[in-house]
Design a protein around this ligand. Structure first.
Ligand SMILES: [Zn+2]
Length: 228
């Protein structure tokens, strides 16, 4: 179900360097639609707790970008496999870097608190994923994660390192207000992408900036801090 783009060819045709962070940001609304379609149908939870997601990953040697969608697996006897782990497991066979995830779950704050320990506007990484996802060879602390609802468009965007760091501080009774900052919809998505382009100075200038730094600028552009 992976959607494959050979960006090496695009670079040869256009003569411009491909920025996978910009491509990810531009793809987010379609990735959400894809997760809601494909991911929903592949999510299995014996207690009806569905989570769907799409990841955008690149292979820097082959110069290929793919989007991969899926759902979580929650079996009564064999335990759970989160969607983040399923996507990472499939992508690490052929990709070198996950640029970003979109993950869609319940918007019910009580159900969210039951999973993460904190009643937040969107479902964040569970405690297992906070350990295992950063340990993946194709995930970096600056890999982006956009959280939204399966039904509601409320959304939050972090880097993996930022989210894991904030939860480590929650364990010490310090709740970062950013964990509760959410945007209500995707209507201003184009403005957020434009903010990223402004922050990086445009496509060619962006490619001279370290990939991780571009992902940090993308997080800023996607967050409430800059948009409101
Ligand atoms: Zn998890």
């Amino acid at each position: 179900m992976a959607n494959r783009v050979e960006y090496g060819k695009i670079e040869r045709i256009t003569g411009q360097t491909f920025d996978p962070v910009l491509a990810f940001m531009q793809a987010v609304p379609a990735m959400i639609a894809k997760a809601r379609n494909d991911g929903w149908s592949s999510a299995h939870s014996y207690r009806g707790f569905h989570v769907a997601g799409t990841a955008y990953a690149i292979n820097t040697t082959d110069k290929v970008a793919v989007t991969e969608s899926g759902g979580n697996l929650k079996r009564e006897t064999k335990g759970k496999v989160c969607v983040e782990k399923r996507l990472d497991g499939r992508l690490r066979k052929s990709m070198t870097d996950i640029i970003g995830f979109v993950v869609l779950g319940t918007s019910d704050q009580q159900s969210i608190e039951d999973v993460t320990g904190l009643a937040t506007p969107t479902l964040h990484l569970c405690s297992d994923c906070r350990q295992e996802i950063p340990a993946s060879p194709i995930v970096s602390p600056t890999t982006l994660i956009v959280h939204s609802g399966l039904v509601q468009d409320v959304n939050q965007a972090f880097t993996i390192g930022q989210e894991v760091g904030m939860y480590a501080r929650v364990d010490k009774n310090q709740v970062d207000p950013l964990l509760h900052d959410a945007l209500p919809d995707f209507h201003d998505w184009g403005a957020r992408v434009n903010t990223y382009i402004k922050l990086t100075g445009g496509q060619e200038a962006a490619c001279a900036i370290d990939l991780g730094e571009r992902q940090r600028l993308a997080q800023l552009a996607l967050s409430k801090t800059v948009q409101s």
